[in-house]
Design a protein around this ligand. Sequence first.
Ligand code: GDG
Length: 495
Amino acid sequence: MVNVNRLVIMSNRLPVALHEEDGAWTASPAPGGLVTALTPVLKRHSGVWIGWPGTTEQVELAGALETVSAELGYRLEPVQLNAEQLQGYYYGFSNEIIWPLFHGFETRCNFEPAYWHDYQDVNRQFAAATAGVLEPGDFLWIHDYHLMLTARELKRQSPELNCAFFLHIPFPPPDIFFKLPWRKEILEGLLAFDLIGFQTLRDRRNFTLCLQQLRIPGLKVYGRGAVVDISLGEHHLRAGAFPISLDYQDIQRHAATPEVEQLAWLFHEKFPDRQIMIGMDRLDYTKGIPERLAAFGLALERYPELRGNLTMVQLTVPSRERVPEYERLRHIIEQLVGQINGQYTEVGDWVPIHYIHRSVSRSEVLAYLRAAENAIVTPLRDGMNLVAKEYVACNLDGTGALILSEFAGVAAEFKRRAILVNPYDIEGMAAAIQRVYLMDINERKRRMIKLREIVRKNDIFTWVENYVVTATHRHEKSALTVDEFAPDFKLSDTE
Ligand code: GDG
């Protein structure tokens, strides 16, 4: 069992959604896998969550946050940011530099020096807000790439603080990472943590390769497994692979409710005697949506048996709409959908792609996933990709087939139980689409049973437990073994 005095979580956003009506602000809990997993631990350890509440307006939020706090069972501590800070630190440094760079899209980076200053500034502000909350013996767990410098700031004041970090996105190899003008500062910032968690062994290895190549004086890395020890002078830390997961039982339960069952039934009723292939992503260039649509178009051209018999439903959730890059991507996607539908639609009968560009309710998400015979999850790069795991958890009848990118973190766990594809290989993906369409029920079941077992065993609670245990027993022998938690994915696993 997790053994910490008090758990303090810090992330860019507080787990709340704010609502404003006639100048009055209210808040409600924002659902999500991480919130679900951390809530019981935070409750048990009278925890605190620190983050930006979601508005740059100078408004009084204490009352609204207290109400949500009471509902969630732990304290919420807001870090107020103004519009300029948000622009430079979040939209700029985090989303125009770190996000593309860490996903391997270095040509999309805008290495604007002013962003770096805002990033440092806001990281200092988060650290200062946290310092005011911390008590002796607290365990501080910081999430994601927005806050990589906070430990360095905090440790200046409290060197004994136990402070861990988890990176939700990939960590790039040295030839990409070293393009970052502030590479040394970022690595030094990360080294101030006591534990650095990555999604996969590959990310952990990329990180230690970067450390070794930067030749930081006095730095030593011990071990080669999922979790390695690092020493830098008197400071000892660990870096490890901890593949994130979801609340399998809860999703399964929700997917089995009469509400979701009926939604799934109504949804499939609209496509009688046809297979559905679902794609579901935040609208983001890392998710490989245009490539996937092109592959579907090619599959329709090459394999005429798919026409009229396989419908693609692509749900893209609006995201980061203030970044021009995302607006352009939306146009590309809409153009492709228009082209393919224009070419193949049979009026009054069959439309190849049903495209949805809006956020839908959690129950609808689960209903789409439950109803679809096939899912296509083909990011060009992804830290993990929870949609793939959600598809598996929702597949109650165990007959779904999953096409999965080799470059999603989840491929390291699912391996060949999914149909692995290179998302840049349009012909290969088109062939995979035909393959799942033709896949017989026995093969579908064989694969899905194993996939469900993988997600059931490594759910979000196991993830929290493994992470916190590793963070809080860092001077003892690691409880993790190399293969148990981070089986690395090899290209030879591709079929
Ligand atoms: C980052 C990393 C890593 C989607 N449409 C709707 C909706 N969703 C939900 C999905 C899923 C979530 O959004 C997306 O999660 P992903 O993991 O796929 O991707 P990112 O947002 O990029 O997350 C990623 C993750 O962090 C966790 O560490 O796996 O690699 O990039 O849960 O179901 N939810 C609702 N309406 C929608 O329309 N309610």
